[in-house]
Design a protein around this ligand. Sequence first.
Ligand code: ADP
Length: 460
Amino acid sequence: MKKSPARGRDIVVTAGIGALTVVLLTMSGSVAIANAVAAVAALCALSAIYYLLAGSPREIAAAPEKTESLPSPEADATAAAMVELLSDPVLLIGQGGRIERANRAARDFLGLSRDGGNIASLIRQPKVLEAITAALDGDTPPPVEYSANAPYESHVRAFVNPLPQKLGGQRLAMLLLHDETATKRAERMRADFLANASHELRTPLASLSGFIETLKGHARHDEGARDRFLSIMESQTDRMRRLINDLLSLSRIEMNEHVAPSEEVDLGKIAKDILDTLKPIAADRGVSFRLDAPETPVTVTGDRDQLMAVIQNLADNAIKYSPGGATVTVEIAVGDSPYDAIRPGGRLIEESGRMTIVSPSSEGAVGVIRVRDQGPGIERAHLPRLAQRFYRVEEGKAEDRKGTGLGLAIVKHVATRHRGGFSVESAPGRGAVFTVCAPLAGSAAPAAAGKQTAEPQTAD
Ligand code: ADP
C-alpha cells in the first residue's frame, strides 16, 4: 500500500511530541529512567503499527479525486460513439449550413448517405434555418416546431445550440431533431376515433333504443312484430360492431403510417387465404370468384395483416356490389414500376374514368393487387371522394349492402404506409378495377423528387 508523505510526517511529529514529554518528565524527576525508556519504546512501536495499518479509509475516500480524465483522443472517440448511438437525429452544422457531422439517426431521418451537404437542401423550414444562423452567430434560439405532409405526415421539434468549441476559428451549431409524429398522431387519432365513433354509433343506438321501447310497449304481445324487430336490432348491432372494428383498424394503420413496414409477404399466398374465406359468401350471392396469380411467390415488403385487409376489403366490395352471375377476379402480378402498375397504358375498362387515390412514394419493381368486377361501376363524379371515410355512393341502399364507408379509406392508408400506390378505374354499368401496388422485397427506392406531385390526384 502506498503511503502519503503527509501521513508519515503526522506520525513522526506525534511520536516526537510524546518522546519529548517523557524526557521532560524524566528530567524533572517525576518518572523513573527505566519507565521512561519503556514508554518511549512503546510509543515508537505504536507509531510504527499506526503507520503501517492506519489511513486506508482516508485513501479510499480520496480515491475518486485520484481518477485521471481520459486522454483527449479517447474522450473524443467516446463522445462521438455516444452521439452516433443516440436515437434522436443529431447534426453538427458549420458556417453556411454545411453538415460537418451527422449521427446514424440523422442520416436515416434525412436520407443522408454520408456527412457533407448543406442543411438548407434537406430541411426546407425557414424557421429552423433562421435558428441555425442565430446559433452560428453565438445565440441560443428557442426550440422550433415544424410539420410536413409529403410524402407522409411528420411533426418535428428542432433544438439548435451554439457549441463552445470552434472549428478552424469558426463557430459550430448543434441541431437535434426530436420526432414527435407518433405522439401528435396518437393525440389526433384518439380525438378522431372518439368523434367518429360517437357520431356514427348515434344512429344505430337511437334505432335500437326505439325498438326496445316498442317491444316493451305495444309490440310486447305481437309475436310477428317481435321477430321482425329483433332481426333489425341484430343487424344494427352487427353494424355497430363492424363500425368499431373498422374504426379501430383505421386508427391503428394511421398511427403507424409514417413507419414503412419491413416484413416480407407473399401476395399470392394471402390472396389465396382470402379467396378461401370469401368463396362461400360469393357463392351465396351467386358471384363466381377467381384468383389469377403466378406460380412463383410475389414477395413484397409489407405488413401481412394490412395487405390482407386490402385484398379483403376490395374483394368484399366487388362481391357485395356485383349482381348474381357476375365474376370477380383478384389478380396478383409483378410490375416494373409503381406508376405503370396503377396507371397502365390504355384503359382496363372502355371509356372509364380513372383516379389515382395514392401516388407511389417509391420507385422500382412492385407487387400488384388488382381486383376487377362486373358490377354497376361508379360514376366519374364520385371517384375523387371514394376513399374518404364514411363516403358511400349509394347511401339509400346502405342497409342491404352492409358497409361502413371505411373499407376504401383503410386501403388508402395501407397503400400510403407501404409507400405504394392505389387507383380506381370504372365506368357506370361496366364494373370497376381497383389496383394497389407495394414495393417488391429488396427493390424499393425513394421516389425521385417531384415525381409524386406529377401524378394527378383528380379523376381523368
Ligand atoms: P362500404 O363499406 O360502403 O363498402 P367502402 O369505403 O368500401 O365502404 O366503399 C365506399 C363506397 O364506394 C361504397 O359505399 C360504394 O358506393 C363504392 N364502391 C366501393 N367499391 C365498389 C365497387 N366494387 N363497385 C361499385 N361501387 C363501389
